[in-house]
Design a protein around this ligand. Structure first.
Ligand code: HXC
Length: 260
């Protein structure tokens, strides 16, 4: 599969997706979306791939938003008829059971911040900047910014960012709970790939179940979530990898995962 706006590299069991329009600060146009959807579908279908990392090319940006030049002349009826931006959630989030990490290297604004928040967690470089500046363009977030940001950082900061359009630096984003780790710019990719490799070294079915469990917390009541957690836990107890993991612990040897 060859792409023009993204790069896709397989590194062992980790797939690295790089947004590759540095001249436009990796702005997300429809071609990027189509290519990412195809690349994510291939990642999801490949049993040898267990974790993804997404980043932006160039020093400056993860992604500076949806492509303003593409949106500027598009009539409202087309945004509505095409349900523009819906596939980001349905294909990258809902259809992707394998975990993926956003390695945010610079500006993550508008759709860029929204894409980073679609990832299972964010590792940021100290130079990262997050924001939902859509209001300054006379619009508002349309790829989950108001919803995922409010869940990640709470109402006060989500309102502050959406209503003022200001940017938040990596330290503030970490304090607010938006990112899981902040590292010096030169260490970002090594850190993100190391995290992805650590995940990819886990038993494959447990990877899927752990991701699914945490996501249920954002969709349901505590009681329903606790029930779903127990059921997924109980499902895992029937796997050969559970028998192997526990036997390896008792026998003081490294486990060999079978993925079943
Ligand atoms: C298209 C973009 C772009 C974008 C930057 N560029 N962001 N092109 N869409 N979102 C292009 C610029 O036009 C310019 O191209 C080149 O990238 C470099 O950008 P500069 O502005 O020259 O860089 P700089 O001065 O360093 O400023 C960086 C910046 C600024 C602060 C990030 O580019 C900026 O404010 N960008 C827009 C951020 C934004 O509003 N994002 C939200 C978009 S709306 P040329 O050809 O001129 O050199 C959105 C909606 C989400 O995301 C979905 C719901 C509707």
């Amino acid at each position: 599969m060859s792409f023009e706006t993204i790069l896709v590299e397989r590194k062992g069991a980790v797939t690295l997706f790089t947004l590759n329009r540095p001249q436009a600060l990796n702005a997300l146009n429809s071609q990027v979306m189509e290519e990412l959807i195809a690349a994510f579908a291939a990642f999801e279908a490949d049993s040898g791939q267990l974790c993804g990392v997404i980043t932006g090319s160039g020093e400056k940006a993860f992604a500076a938003g949806a492509d303003i030049k593409e949106m500027a002349l598009k009539p409202a009826a087309e945004f509505f008829a095409e349900d523009m931006f819906a596939p980001w959630t349905s294909r990258l989030v809902k259809a992707t059971r394998k975990p993926w990490i956003a390695a945010v290297n610079g500006f993550a604004l508008g759709g860029g911040c929204e894409l980073a928040m679609m990832a299972d967690f964010i590792i940021a470089s100290e130079s990262a900047k997050f924001g939902q500046p859509e209001i300054r363009l006379g619009i508002a977030p349309g790829m989950g910014g108001s919803q995922r940001l409010a869940r990640a950082v709470g109402k006060a900061k989500a309102m502050d960012l959406c209503l003022t359009g200001r940017m938040m630096d990596a330290a503030e984003a970490e304090r607010a709970g938006l990112v899981s780790r902040v590292v010096p710019p030169g260490e970002l990719m090594a850190e993100a790939l190391k995290a992805a490799e650590a995940i990819a070294a886990m038993p494959p079915l447990a990877i899927l179940a752990n991701k699914e469990m945490v996501n249920i917390a954002f969709e349901t009541t505590l009681d329903q979530g606790l029930l779903a957690e127990r059921r997924l836990f109980q499902v895992l107890t029937a796997t050969q990898d559970k028998a192997e993991g526990m036997a390896a612990f008792v026998e003081k040897r490294p486990p060999v995962w079978l993925g079943r």
